[in-house]
Design a protein around this ligand. Sequence first.
Ligand code: PLP
Length: 380
Amino acid sequence: MIYLDSAATTAVRREVLEAMWPYLTGDFGNPSSTHSLGERAADALAAARASVAADFGARPSEIVFTSGGTEADNLALKGIALARPKGRHLITTPIEHEAVLESCDYLRRQHGFTVSMLGVGLDGLVDPDELTALLTPGTTLVSVMYANNEIGTIQPIADLAERAHAASTVLHTDAVQAAGWLPLDVSVLGVDALTVSGHKLGAPKGIGALYVRGRVPLEPVLHGGGQERGARSGTENVAGAVGLATALRLAETSRAAEAARVTVLRDEFIAAVQREVPDALLTGHPEHRLPGLASFCFTGTSGEAVLLELERQGIVCSSGSACAAGSDEPSHVLVAVGYEPEVAQTAARFTMGPAITADELREAAAAVKSAVLAVQGIAR
Ligand code: PLP
């Protein structure tokens, strides 16, 4: 099998599992317990927090461990908006993950916020000047994802953060897909909050983290025992936090080299697919795109049918985001950037992990050709 669905999830890395193992077995204590088992767990959690903070150029007290990207996005949006509602105005984009879009919608329905959407062109990029135009003295929070999970477009986050700050507001970025590929230094990015998720980069599902700049007030979403300095109650997932810290550190160590290597392979794959299937439409921005993501609309097909045909040939990919897959709705991202719903239904997304090889991608490109032709009924 050739796995081209790394944006959906990844396998746990051996080094990550080895780092986690002690905290799932012998050192299984609850970090809140005062006995030695508890202290060892608390020490491991503190070390994981310090490691993640170092990778973000942040302070340990600015890291909140969560159950994943969805929870971190919910905490960022609801937590920041409800702590300091100001003019009850949010700005986001229509191509965010549902975790952001639905949190905005909840704040609109239940707490009287208005939500402004930044426009996006076919390439998925937002225009920083439009952000400046939408910002008001009452803007509570801006949330723009670092890189999109379906089309891979990378947003000009530092510029957007500067504009948000000029209007005395704060900016959150969902960096779930960017982590492992793009720099995460929060000072360079200028962001006030940033979401990551473990399972996209070799840690298990069910662990994530939210960075929140120290001076930004945060209202908890989960109430209970007051763990995570009151920001997120619930017994901490110590092994998960250790796994996330290990995965982030590993990714960070080889990030620049892997990103450069995979970008070359991805571009060869894009060129091969476009050669084999001349009417394939590459989605997203031609340059500002994640190293490991190539997504196409294969007009005259159905994305799901192409996927099934590819799987028959041993290639595993996805029709869009994993969350949208299996639903009859066309991808909200592709529709928002301007594809007709019928065209959006023909999308197939190929996402590579750092271990991808040129041979695998050559094989995949050949399989794409025969899958598309088979679905179009031109050949079998
Ligand atoms: N944000 C983006 C951009 C994602 O791609 C995903 C997962 O696909 C999430 C958030 C949600 O993360 P999790 O699966 O950890 O809840």
